[in-house]
Design a protein around this ligand. Structure first.
Ligand code: SAM
Length: 252
């Protein structure tokens, strides 16, 4: 299958886009980030606007909106893309056209996410506090648009191979993990973030189909901690069990 990069002849019609700001996120790594916004509603982020976009006038009236569209760059994805991709949702087997998916590997590497606006700070420049996002730390944002539910909410729309949110697994915590959470001021919100992220079963698709998966141990980095977990079965139902939560030794 052909893979494409941008031939130089296209350069003349290319557009130069300048990030208006960058994300600081609860997700230091890509691994474990839910596949769409809203699946982990407790995930926090800030978007700090860069000069000259950090003029408080640029966000006058924005606090009247509860949700925002963010257009961003998948800056941790390669520029190369292929016409067909394997949506993880389909177990990594079936192939779909790149434009029929929300793949991170796509022409122009553009992403679009609907996030909740918590508050806006304009003391020193502009910082937006956000929730429920699916963005890795450092993501460059190209544009912000207020969400218009009357124009954009279409619950009856057909959604192809992704007609509903992915299933959500039960998540249990060991006594050691609970003790670690009790020692933290953000313990409650971190427990909920861990629960929401692991409920999405972040394991690679090919691990999920493999045998004896319960032997494997996994780690996901959230905020400043490493969360150690493994698949388990509770009452015959697949679940995720958090063994331990340790402060990360080195920055991501
Ligand atoms: N909601 C967006 C969209 O539909 O365009 C993103 C969907 S994409 C499937 C979500 C995944 O993008 C996350 O699970 C994470 O692994 C990945 N991701 C988030 N920020 C990224 C970045 N800056 N560069 C590359 N991948 C990123």
């Amino acid at each position: 299958m052909t893979d494409y990069d941008f031939p130089s002849s296209e350069a003349s019609t290319a557009f130069t886009l300048t990030p208006i700001g960058r994300i600081a996120s609860d997700y230091p790594d890509k691994f474990g980030i839910p596949r769409q916004p809203g699946l982990a509603s407790t995930a926090r982020a800030t978007l700090t606007l860069a000069p000259p976009f950090d003029d408080p006038l640029t966000v006058r009236g924005l606090d009247a909106f509860s949700h925002l569209w963010l257009t961003f760059v998948f800056h941790q994805s390669p520029t190369r893309w292929t016409p067909l991709v394997r949506p993880p949702r389909l177990g990594g087997n079936a192939k779909h056209g790149v434009f029929a998916t929300r793949s991170t590997h796509r022409p122009n590497r553009l992403g679009l996410s609907l996030v909740e606006l918590v508050k806006i700070e304009t003391h020193h420049g502009v910082t937006l506090h956000l929730r429920g996002h699916d963005l890795v730390d450092g993501t460059p944002v190209l544009d912000i648009k207020p969400y218009l539910a009357w124009a954009e909410a279409l619950p009856e729309a057909r959604s192809g191979f992704a007609p509903a949110p992915p299933p959500s697994l039960p998540v249990t915590f060991s006594a050691t993990a609970e003790a670690a959470l009790l020692r933290r001021r953000d313990g409650d919100s971190l427990r909920e973030l861990i629960r929401q992220v692991l409920a999405q079963d972040p394991r690679p698709a090919y691990h999920k189909n493999a045998q004896n998966t319960s032997e494997r141990r996994y780690g996901v980095r959230l905020r400043d901690v490493d969360v150690r977990f493994h698949p388990s079965a509770s009452n015959g139902i697949e679940a995720m069990h958090v063994e331990d939560i340790v402060v990360a030794s080195s920055p991501a």
